[in-house]
Design a binder for this molecule. Structure first.
Ligand SMILES: *Cc1c(COP(=O)(O)O)cnc(C)c1O
Length: 358
C-alpha cells in the first residue's frame, strides 16, 4: 500500500523518442544520457529498454557501477569525469570510460597501473567555460594522453551552452571552435546534446548525446515536445483525497496566499514537494483532471496541493489527476514554476513508486 502518487514510465514512448533521435542523426552513433537516474525515470529500466544504444552516459562512478550491476553491457562514459584515482581500477574492471577535462586527471591516468585501458573522451572547452581544456591546451593534452598505457580509445568531445535557442549564433561559434581543433586529428568527435540532435544537423558528427529528448520533453526554447514528434515518458499521477466547499474570503493552505474570491469547490490532491512537485509552482499552474486543466490554488505543501474545481463539477474523492505527463506536458508545468523540465523530472523523490508501462 502507498499513497496515490506514482510516476508511470512509458517504455514505448521512450523507444519512440529513441527512434526519433536516431532518425535525426542517422549517420551518428548514439550515447544515450541516463545520468541522474535517467532524469528520474530509473536508469536501469531506461538503459535496459534502449538496447540499441551504442553507449550510455552517466555523471559519475556510482551511477555507472549501478548500471553494470543491473546487467547493462554497453560502454558507459562518466560525463563529469572520474574524480579521484581510486575510481580507475573500478572503471577498468567494469569497462567504464570517462570524460577527461582536467590536468589532474591526466596525472592520475599517468600514475595508474590498470589491467585494462580506459576509453577517454577528451573534453574541449569550446565556449561554455565550465569543464574542458582550453583550445590552446588541447594539443599538449592529446600528446600526453596518447602516451599513457592506461588510456584506451581516445575521442574528442565538447558541450553546447545555448543550443536550445535556435536563433543564437553561439552554437555555430562553438561548433567551429571544436572542429578547428578536431580536424587536426582522426579521433571520433561528439558535441550534440538533444538540442543539437533536433535543431543543428551540422553538429551530429560521429556521436550524438541525447538526454532530455529521450524522455519526451522539449530540448528547444519555445517549441512544444509534441510538435517535435516526441512523446512524454513519465506521467506523475495521483488522486483527489478530499473535496471541500469553501466560502468567499477563506484562505487556502500555508500562508493563506490564495483567498477564495467566492464560494469555491476545491480538491485536495495527494502530491506535494515531498514527491518532487515544485513548491514554487504558483496559483494557476495547470493540473489535469478528467480531460482538462484545473488551476492550482494556494501554496504547494509537502504532501498535498489544492486545485480549484470550478470547471470540474463531476470531480470527487478518488478522481485521478495528472500533475504532468501524457496529457499535460512537463514543460508546461516547468514554465509555470519558473524552471525547466529537466529539474522537475530529476526531482521526483524516492518515495514516489515508479510503475513501468511496456
Ligand atoms: C546531460 C548531458 C547531455 C544531454 O543533454 P540534454 O540537453 O539532456 O540532451 C549531453 N552531454 C553531456 C556532456 C551532458 O552532461
Amino acid at each position: 500500500m502507498s499513497r496515490a502518487v506514482r510516476a508511470t514510465i512509458n517504455l514505448s514512448a521512450l523507444k519512440h523518442n529513441w527512434d526519433a533521435a536516431c532518425a535525426h542523426a542517422p549517420r551518428s552513433r548514439v550515447l544515450a544520457v541516463v545520468k541522474a537516474d535517467a532524469y528520474g525515470h530509473g536508469a536501469a529500466r531506461v538503459a535496459g529498454a534502449l538496447s540499441g544504444a551504442q553507449a550510455f552516459g552517466v555523471a559519475g562512478i556510482d551511477e555507472a557501477v549501478a548500471l553494470r550491476e543491473a546487467g547493462i553491457r554497453a560502454p558507459i562514459c562518466l560525463l563529469s569525469g572520474f574524480q579521484e584515482s581510486a575510481e580507475l581500477p573500478v572503471m577498468a574492471r567494469h569497462a567504464i570510460g570517462s570524460v577527461v577535462h582536467e590536468e589532474t586527471q591526466i596525472e592520475d591516468l599517468q600514475a595508474a597501473r590498470l589491467d585494462r585501458p580506459i576509453a577517454v573522451w577528451l573534453k574541449i572547452d569550446s565556449g561554455m567555460h565550465r569543464l574542458g581544456f582550453a583550445p590552446a591546451q588541447v594539443e599538449a593534452a592529446v600528446a600526453r594522453l596518447v602516451a599513457v598505457p592506461a588510456v584506451g580509445e581516445l575521442r574528442l568531445m565538447s558541450h553546447f551552452a545555448n543550443a536550445d535557442d535556435t536563433a543564437d549564433d553561439y552554437t555555430a561559434a562553438q561548433l567551429k571552435c571544436f572542429l578547428d581543433i578536431a580536424v587536426k586529428y582522426k579521433y571520433a568527435c561528439s558535441i550534440a546534446n538533444s538540442a543539437g540532435v533536433v535543431a543543428w544537423p551540422d553538429t551530429h558528427l560521429d556521436w550524438v548525446r541525447p538526454g532530455i529528448m529521450l524522455y519526451g520533453a522539449s530540448p528547444l526554447l519555445g517549441r512544444a515536445a509534441v510538435d517535435l514528434g516526441l512523446q512524454p515518458v513519465m506521467s506523475l499521477t495521483s488522486r483527489i483525497i478530499a473535496v471541500r466547499t469553501l466560502q468567499a474570503g477563506d484562505p487556502i493552505g500555508y500562508g493563506g496566499d490564495w483567498v477564495c474570491p467566492a464560494a469555491t469547490r476545491v480538491a485536495i490532491i495527494a502530491c506535494g514537494y515531498g514527491d518532487g512537485y515544485p513548491r514554487h509552482a504558483p496559483s494557476g499552474t495547470p493540473v489535469w483532471i478528467a480531460g482538462r486543466a484545473a488551476p492550482l490554488v494556494g501554496r504547494v505543501s509537502m504532501d498535498l496541493l489544492a486545485v480549484d474545481l470550478a470547471a470540474h463539477p463531476e470531480a470527487q474523492v478518488g478522481t485521478p489527476v495528472e500533475l504532468w505527463g501524457a496529457h499535460l506536458p512537463v514543460d508546461t508545468v516547468a514554465h509555470h514554476a519558473g524552471t525547466i523540465a529537466y529539474e522537475l523530472l530529476c526531482g521526483v523523490t524516492a518515495r514516489v513508486p515508479r510503475d513501468t508501462l511496456a
